[in-house]
Ligand binder design. Structure first.
Ligand code: ZN
Length: 117
């Protein structure tokens, strides 16, 4: 008589909450360019794992440096101005792209992570 209990797979889900192990890559959620600061199920403060944040920063940096150049916008000071202007949208866009390709793993806020997985 266990039909009413949520199905717990034996393997921990990739985007599991480190506190309650709920799968945070729930239906429809992965499409939002969201930045989870706490678990929607148990409310524990969480952050994406360090290498995911690093990847996002690298991707955002690559976008912000290449998009103005690709569009042929600006040289010198104008280009620097555009880079500064595009920093935040690039970060959001990079996060959206990265969530689609690599779902983030979450760790407890302030917890030091020894392994990359
Ligand atoms: Zn949780």
């Amino acid at each position: 008589m266990k039909e009413n209990f949520p199905v717990r797979t034996k393997r921990m889900p990739w985007s599991a909450c480190p506190n309650c192990l709920a799968d945070l890559k729930a239906k429809g959620m992965e499409r939002k360019p969201q930045y989870l600061v706490d678990c929607p199920f148990c409310g524990a403060p969480i952050v994406p794992i360090w290498w995911w944040s690093t990847l996002r920063s690298i991707l955002a940096l690559a976008l912000v440096l290449t998009i103005p150049a690709y569009l042929g916008l600006g040289k010198g000071v104008t280009w620097i101005f555009l880079v500064v202007l595009l920093c935040f949208p690039a970060l959001v866009f990079a996060q959206f792209l990265l969530i689609t390709v690599i779902p983030p793993k979450y760790v407890r806020k302030g917890q030091s992570v020894v392994t990359i997985f």
